[in-house]
Design a protein around this ligand. Sequence first.
Ligand SMILES: Nc1ncnc2c1ncn2[C@@H]1O[C@H](COP(=O)(O)OP(=O)(O)OP(=O)(O)O)[C@@H](O)[C@H]1O
Ligand SMILES: [Mg+2]
Length: 280
Amino acid sequence: MIAPTVWKPQPGPQEKAIRASFVDELFYGGARGGGKTDTLLGLWGAHVVECGQHARGIIFRRTYPELDEIIERSRQMYNGMFAGAEYKVGSHTWHFPNGAMLRLRHIETELDADHYQGHSYSFIGWDEITSWNDLKPYHRLKACLRSAHDVPNKQIISTGNPGGPGHNEVKAYFIDPAPEGELIEGKDGMTRMFIRSLITDNKILLQNDPGYINRLKTWAMRIWFALGWPVTGMLSSVLFSVTGKTSRSGCLRLRSPATGLFSGPWTMASRPLPRLHCIA
Ligand SMILES: Nc1ncnc2c1ncn2[C@@H]1O[C@H](COP(=O)(O)OP(=O)(O)OP(=O)(O)O)[C@@H](O)[C@H]1O
Ligand SMILES: [Mg+2]
């Protein structure tokens, strides 16, 4: 597939995720090939534009070979999006012309997570969060989501297919407390949200590889239907299932338009607020 010179979120869940920059912990979960990794990398691109030199990011995979795929795709995306962006192979770090910095790392256990204590990031990404045995490394590194600068949106983004070793814990944390697209407020005051992506949402992949969905049906789709995240409302294409207008006042921070980089409506003014679920 030819790398786009300008990456744009596809209509549907990818656009929805871009608009959800006000959510502290976003879980973008779905079937294989649904566009999760692209979304994670695209959200970082929006963060660079929005937060400028103070954008500090880190994206994790569980193992180094799994990181290869992200490195490759990030090269395609960021070299097209940001003239002058440079990936330093030795340090596995992207440097952007505006001063922003993104580390790509692998960590396996909670002990590995300890190496990052004292670090500060405005953006933390976990690609395939269900591949970790539990959410201990994830929770340990929440303390690193901080910035001494006035960064408008600090965010942890996770992606994940159902069925990995961390399936149950991820489901209990992100999916069970509230319907898809609705806000959960945790005991620690942080908000979280689950956005569902399906393979059918990745029109670009299906167009370029129409046989992909049939191959998925052989194994991954079975897992999806047997163990998958709840699929209620799956056919609804309504952005953010809205049943109320409750919101923490002041918690809705808008992502500013990323001039020239992304398409689609950028303000949330036209959509009602998602319902807020508080965890007692
Ligand atoms: N917005 C987009 N613009 C261009 N291409 C896209 C976009 N979203 C997805 N794609 C294409 O679809 C491919 C598959 O998407 P992606 O790797 O993000 O899926 P995934 O859900 O992470 O898959 P897996 O479950 O296998 O990790 C990408 O490599 C890319 O070529
Ligand atoms: Mg992926």
